[in-house]
Each structure stands twice: as C-alpha cells, then as structure tokens.
Design a protein around this ligand. Structure first.
Ligand SMILES: [Zn+2]
Length: 435
C-alpha cells in the first residue's frame, strides 16, 4: 500500500487514464502538458510519470481582424441572426476547422498588439479577445515597429561589415515558443490602459483624414512613376525612427536648459519618455563607440539615408503597398473608394509579419494590392495570402484540410494519448457564458 501524500494534489488530473505502474489501477491521468513533455499523475496513489513529447512543425497562420470579428458573431448567442451564417456559413466552418487543427497541435494563430488595439474600440472587446486568444493560446507577435527596428539594426550591422546577432526568425518575431505542446488550460490577464480607447479612436480618425489627403495628392499630381512613389515612400518610412530620435534628443536638450518646474507640467514630462526609436538609435550609437561622438551621429545619419536601410523587408513591402495603391488611384479609383485609415494597420501587419507566417487571411483590399506583380514577387516566397477574392476562401479551407491530411498517424495517436480522443471537437460554446 502506497501512503497518500498530503501535498500532492489531484484536482487538475483528468483523462485519458492509463494503468498506474505503482498501484496498478487505471487512474493515471494527465496533470500537466508543458512544451516538450507531459506529466501524468495517479488519482489513486499520486504517483507521477514524466513522458517526453516529440517535436512539432506547426503552421503559423495570421487571421485578420475581420475574420476574428465574424467568427465571434457566429459564436455569440447575443449576435442578431442577420450577423450569422454570412458567406454561406464560411466563418462557422472556418472556426471549426481552425479549432480542430489548433487542438491537434498542427497550427497556431498568434495574436498581435494591432488586433488588441483594433478590438479595444469595439464594445464587444471581451468576446473578440476570447476568440483571438483562443487560437493564439496567449502567443503573440511583437509589435510591427519592433520587428521593423530589429530589421534595421540587423541591416546597420551588415552595413558596418559586422556579424549579425541572433537571426530574425519566428522565435524572434513571437513573444514565446510556438512549436510546443499546449496545455489544456490557459490563464489570462485582461488589462486595458485607461484612456486607450479614446486615444485609439482619435488616431483612427486622423489616419483616415491623412489617407484621403495622400490619395488626393496622388490623384492630382501632374505625373506618376511607380518607381518614384515607391522610393519616396521607402525613404520616408526608413527615416521616421531617425526623425523621431532627433526630435526626442532636442526635447531632452531643451529640458536640460529649462528643467520642468512643477507637477502642472506633466505634459512636458510625458514628452520626455523615450520612444521605441530612441532604443534603436541608442543601440546603433553603441555599435560605434570607438568613434568620436560627432562622427557617430554622422554615420548613423548616413545609414538611414542608405540603400541598405531601404532594402529591409518591412520597408520594401510597405513601400510597395503604397506605390501599388497610388497606381490604383492614378488608374481611376474613385475618391469614395479611397481606403480608410485602417489600411495603415493592415499594411503594417503584412509588412512585419508575412516573413514569419506560413499563411495569412487578409481583407480584400490588401489581397487586391498584394496580388499585383511587384508585391506578389516579394511576398509569395514566404507566405500564402488568402482572402475573399476569386474563391480564395474555399482555397483557404482546402489549405487547412490538407494540413490535417498531411499529419502522420504517429502524431495523431500522440494527440489522442495526451488529450483524449474527443479533444479535437470544436469548442463552439466558447462565448456561450460570456456577457
Ligand atoms: Zn497509482
């Protein structure tokens, strides 16, 4: 008889059960699943067994906000009937297929700070969040700006003829490990900064005005050259962190001359918080510490104006999107069809995340621009883009079906051993008890 150990809990132990090697009862359930092994514990005698798990090859799939939003409407009992069954039930089928593949440990759909910000301004934020966190299991992409800055720092080291640090791969672009066996449980903290919603709404409105003004300028310009627009956009994008850093440095210098006197000047103090760009430029200056100070600034400035800086993936892809849009406007796109400010987010997402995804489901606007030759050449070696254009929705479902067909029988058996045979049943009640 094995004595009961008081401190070993069995509350979280669940099926599937196996025979316990210690007491011989069929009560050896699953306690924990962590990355590359899992732990079984006997509900009868609390004997523990650690079992290694094989490596995984998950597909990384990014879902645009409109996909998340439509799946949420399908699952939400509070959504009006008119919001359900749209696109011939596509979103329900999509949810079921994604959920199955996610539970079979064959895919992961990382979330992103952009998704979070786009959801905060929606009154159904909690429901949207539950859907995108469900498929990401808490794994998220770093902000697009962080990826852009890392690419620039990498290019800067190349430009100096120095070896690059760690490669910019998926592990870098994501805030955690992705090829791991997920636990059944996910513990989540939901916190939103006070004032964020109002600030995001204002930014959104300003961006729409700016977008319209830019399109109008392209429309009225005397001449048009795709190459010239692309190069101009690339220059503007790449020089933005340098411009931000110079402004920030000037504010710091001014504050040193006239220090902030009282708490009433909180706004002035806020202006002294470093921007992400200051981290990037500080890293660059640190690479040049063998040079006199003035030469360091000069050299960093020359890098921001260099071909090497404009050649990083984020800049090339973003500039191609804007030049493709400008060509559309020149070809007669009507002002009422000019994009809203949300296009900035959509372009940011593809430019930053496509190199780290196997597939993305994007909106029609992005898909239309990305299908043009220049962007297609740039994006397709890395990532497949799907949308609602030209039957691509059906192709996306087929792409997902193929992922399961290609899984090995040994993998499927392992999933059943760890999670149980009924585990892949889609969790369509995800929002059933959410207000
Ligand atoms: Zn036992």
């Amino acid at each position: 008889m094995i004595p009961h150990q008081q401190r070993k809990g069995t509350y979280f132990v669940h099926g599937p059960y196996m025979r316990c090697p210690a007491c011989g009862q069929d009560r050896l359930g699953v306690l924990l699943i962590c990355d590359r092994h899992y732990v079984r514990r006997c509900k009868h005698c609390t004997h523990d067994v650690h079992i290694p798990l094989p490596s995984l090859e998950k597909k990384v799939i990014y879902l645009d906000q409109f996909v998340i939003s439509n799946m949420m409407k399908e699952l939400d009992p509070g959504s009006p009937a008119t919001a359900k069954g749209t696109n011939q039930g596509f979103y329900r089928t999509l949810f079921e297929r994604l959920d199955r593949l996610f539970k079979l440990q064959l895919i992961i759909c990382p979330d992103s700070p952009v998704q979070h910000d786009e959801s905060v301004v929606d009154h159904r934020f909690n429901k949207l969040r539950l859907v995108f966190r469900h498929f990401s299991h808490g794994l998220g992409f770093e902000p697009p700006e962080a990826i852009f800055h890392a690419e620039l720092l990498d290019a800067f080291r190349r430009w100096l003829g120095r070896p690059c640090a760690a490669p910019l791969d998926r592990e870098f672009a994501l805030n955690g490990k992705y090829n791991v066996w997920n636990d059944r449980l996910r513990i989540d903290l939901n916190y939103t900064l006070p004032g964020l919603e109002a600030s995001l709404r204002e930014t959104g409105e300003n961006r729409t005005k700016h977008m319209r003004a830019v399109c109008e300028r392209w429309r009225r310009a005397e001449s048009f050259s795709f190459q010239a627009v692309m190069e101009g956009e690339a220059r503007a994008i790449v020089e933005e962190p340098w411009r931000q850093w110079k402004q920030y440095a000037a504010r710091i210098a001014a504050a040193e001359l006239t220090p902030v006197q009282s708490e009433s000047a909180l706004k002035d103090l806020a202006a002294l918080f470093p921007l992400a760009a200051s981290g990037l430029v500080t890293h660059m200056l640190a690479e040049l510490k063998e040079l006199p100070v003035e030469e360091r600034f000069d050299k960093v400035g020359r890098f921001f104006a260099s071909e090497e800086a404009r050649s990083v993936s984020y800049v090339r892809v973003s500039a191609l999107f804007w030049a493709s849009l400008a060509r559309d406007v020149r070809a007669g796109r009507k002002p009422e069809n000019f994009p809203t400010g949300s296009l900035y987010n959509d372009v940011d997402i593809v430019a930053a995340y496509a190199p780290y995804c196997d597939a993305m489901f994007v909106d029609k606007q992005i898909s239309h621009l990305a299908a043009q030759a220049e962007l297609k050449r740039e994006l397709t070696p890395h990532c497949r883009l799907f949308s609602f254009r030209k039957g691509e929705d059906e192709q996306f479902l087929e792409y997902l079906a193929a992922i399961e067909r290609e899984a090995t029988p040994a993998h499927m058996e392992k999933v059943a051993e760890v999670y149980g045979a009924d585990w892949p049943t889609p969790y369509v009640d995800l929002l059933a008890r959410v207000d």
